[in-house]
Design a protein around this ligand. Sequence first.
Ligand code: NAD
Length: 339
Amino acid sequence: MNKEIKCSFYLTRSPHLENYLTENLPDNCNSTIHTEPLDGSNLDKKADIIGVFKDSQVTAERIKKMENLKMIATLCTGFDNIDTQKAKEEGIPVCNAPTYGNNTVAEYTLGLMLAWMRKIPQAINEVNKGNFDTGNLRGSELQDKTIGIIGTGHIGEKILEKLAGFNVDTLGYDIYKKDYLEDKFNFSYCSKKKLLQNSDIITLHTPLLDETKHMIDQTAFDSMKSDALLVNTARGGLVDSKALLQALQEEKIAGAALDVIEQEALLEEPQQICEGKCSPDELEISLVSKLIIDHENTIVTPHNAFNSKEAVRRRLITSAENITKFIAGDVQNNVLEQN
Ligand code: NAD
């Protein structure tokens, strides 16, 4: 492709990305940078390539409207915001940054586990209020606990690596087993049910797909130990929020440490509710999510696990490479080939 390539980027989260892309994409790329997520009003009908974060909904209808579209670059790992079925039908590759966040998300997940177990957020809050009484701040160790990892891909494996120093037992559930993990770590694969029944901490690391949506539902909560902690740094939709709220309220589990939650975009931009941009179901789930956030046994962060200087840099390098290679006729990191 020697002619001008029209690229449209929807960069809501990384203000530094603009310079990086301008400097690292081929000279024949003519890039437009939007600072809002892709929506009906800023859709670039002439774009050859679009670059989006998870907050841009790349629906079938929008793909159809972009008549010249040849590639979708998702500047992150997850791609549940993109209609991959439609992209496949149209022969448009969807290229992601598959490994940039392995270490960063694994470290953050451990951070959330420790923060919840040792009540670190509450301790900070109390000191900020001038209260140094530790009476309500007694927590639990990680040592000797059983940690259940659902999804032992890139991030799940990094978590196993990091947990090796904590003297814990680890269980894993995945549809694709990596047998070497059982030799390398104090780890064994088991059924999802056994993992749920036996784990003190359950941590989620699968993509959000039709098959994984609400994989942690009421039945799953019924199987868990009453003192179990649920950790989710993958995608909010893996957990049925109504079932989680009920489990918290009925003390079926001890708590949750979440970096992601269903309808987080609506909670981030609540004016969408006033503008009628959400369905009654989405509105209901966003209210449930708000109750989960406010529950005394939860800690919630704003989809921030990826956000280290090192990971963001790796993500930019991979995304620019994905686009450059695609233009050169060599498609890499196409998630459609993994489905
Ligand atoms: P990965 O593709 O390397 O691993 C995912 C694992 O899930 C694979 O081993 C796969 O076999 C397994 N899996 C798929 N379907 C399954 C099912 N039905 N049941 C059980 N296991 C199943 O992905 P990764 O790099 O480890 O990332 C995991 C997820 O983390 C991403 O999809 C993304 O949504 C999320 N993520 C979140 C952040 C953040 O900032 N919070 C950052 C990066 C990634």
